[in-house]
Design a protein around this ligand. Structure first.
Ligand code: FAD
Length: 420
């Protein structure tokens, strides 16, 4: 049975990535006494280096047949958009089998409905949280551009765009001249594009997450830097956490928002959740000297360009299926440089840095948001995959409603852990 908490009750949130920070802030704004724990500084893991997009049009799950058809070709190229460390295959097999199962057309239709129900709320949920946190100046709300080389490439993507439109995503197809009117720098190779006007981004997702964190502290939230070893149980319910240096902390509810590391707690409670890392890379080019206005997606190459402050760029993307602790393959970051030059021309690589992060990925692309099936007092918000920044505020609003015993604005069944 789910808990019902009232203002003033103690809540522990474990994990200060963007998902945990947004939940902690929302709970604090609703009057709960919130302790946010992280073994490190806030937003220093996956939420540090993502591409900064509020990707409201990504309503179709990753395991859709169009993607599956491309997988064999990608896998032959170790530096292609998708790579697998073959040594990791036996461990990954359960996740891969579920990924395949999620690609059945009827399942894709259901998952698209479930994802779009979340994504439709993103702008409204973020508007409230961003206003409370005073971060409006960081939020760039002028849409994105998905580039295609020619009409043929665009036509191949059209069924997916039509499906998105059926799920409420507004978009416009742009000719070369319309594209140039939006972004004059784009190379001749790109002949058409799709613009999603309601898509938005932040220049720097780390600064943005820190802004949410600062608002949490300003509102009276407590941050404890410590590793959580396990959850505690008392009287048949989870009553708090055991930490490495601060001993036992008690709370009426404990929320696990540890990204890909949430499996420590699913395993503790014997839940079989197929949570794996889809590792992604970025290249930061603070002195690129390229003035872009829009967030750019290159569908055929599976990477994106985030315009950052002062003409800086972040190139991000690719998926690498490997153990989260395996050494990074920095070639996967460096190949993004040539791909980006083919879009925006040459740029400076002065002060360039590279980064790798662990997307917490579930095989059906839908996050877990809700109570643990068997343990009162324990909640999970994890598995946000490619959409953790996008869905953080919506996750926070929905989870807070559930903790308050209110009927959330959505049917939350599709997001429960017990679907696995
Ligand atoms: C290259 C790349 C580009 C991306 N681009 C986008 C994008 O444009 N838009 C988007 O929406 N998403 C994007 N993502 C995905 C997004 O970054 C993730 O979904 C999101 O950051 C996950 O946030 P999180 O809070 O769940 O996890 P994390 O940010 O990983 O945070 C988990 C936190 O839990 C802490 N923790 C773990 N275990 C413990 C423990 N036992 N005790 C205490 N603390 C613990 C960790 O220290 C960490 O701080 C991208 C990801 C990558 C890799």
């Amino acid at each position: 049975m789910a808990d019902t908490l009232v203002a003033g009750d103690e809540v522990i949130v474990v994990g200060a990535g963007v998902v945990g920070i947004a939940i902690a802030l929302q709970l604090r704004l609703e009057g709960f006494a919130v302790t946010l724990l992280d073994r490190g500084e806030p937003a220093m893991e996956t939420s540090y280096g993502n591409a900064g997009a509020f990707a409201i049009s990504d309503v179709i799950p990753l395991a859709e047949p169009g993607v599956l058809r491309k997988v064999p070709g990608w896998m032959l190229d170790p530096l292609g958009p998708l790579a697998l460390r073959w040594r990791y295959l036996p461990s990954l097999l359960p996740w891969l089998l579920r990924f395949l199962a999620a690609s059945r057309p009827s399942r894709v239709a259901t998952l698209t409905r479930d994802l779009s129900a979340l994504l439709r709320r993103v702008n409204q949920d973020y508007a409230a949280l961003i206003a409370q946190a005073g971060l409006g100046a960081m939020w760039r709300r002028h849409g994105n551009l998905t580039l295609y080389r020619n009409q043929q490439e665009f036509d191949a993507a059209l069924p997916a765009w039509e499906e998105k439109r059926r799920h409420g995503v507004q978009w416009q197809a742009l000719s070369r001249s319309q594209l140039l009117a939006q972004e004059p720098l784009l190379a001749e190779e790109w002949q058409c594009a799709v613009r999603v006007p309601d898509w938005s981004h932040v220049d720097d997702p780390y600064t943005f997450s820190c802004g949410l964190f600062d608002a949490f502290v300003r509102e009276g939230g407590r941050f404890v830097q410590d590793e959580v070893l396990a959850t505690l149980e008392q009287g048949g319910r989870v009553s708090g956490v055991e930490t490495a240096s601060h001993g036992r902390l008690q709370a009426a509810a404990t929320v696990i928002a540890c990204g890909v590391w949430s499996d420590r707690f699913t395993r503790q409670h014997h839940y079989r959740v197929p949570l794996e890392s889809e590792r992604g890379y970025h290249v930061n080019l603070p002195k690129a000297g390229v003035k872009l206005h829009h967030f750019i997606q290159c569908a055929s190459e599976s990477f994106v360009i985030l315009p950052m402050a002062d003409g800086g760029l972040r190139l991000a993307g690719t998926v690498e299926l490997a153990h989260r602790d395996a050494p990074a393959d920095w070639r996967r970051a460096h190949i993004l440089l040539d791909k980006a030059r083919r879009i925006v021309g040459d740029f400076s690589t002065a002060d360039m840095t590279v980064w790798m992060g662990n997307r917490p990925s579930l095989p059906d692309t839908v996050p877990i948001i809700g109570p643990a099936p068997q343990q009162p007092g324990l909640w999970f918000a994890t598995g946000h995959g490619h959409l953790g920044l996008t869905l953080a505020a919506t996750t926070a609003v929905l989870l807070t409603s559930m903790l308050q015993g209110r009927t959330p604005a959505l049917d939350m069944q599709p997001y429960r852990m017990c679907r696995f």
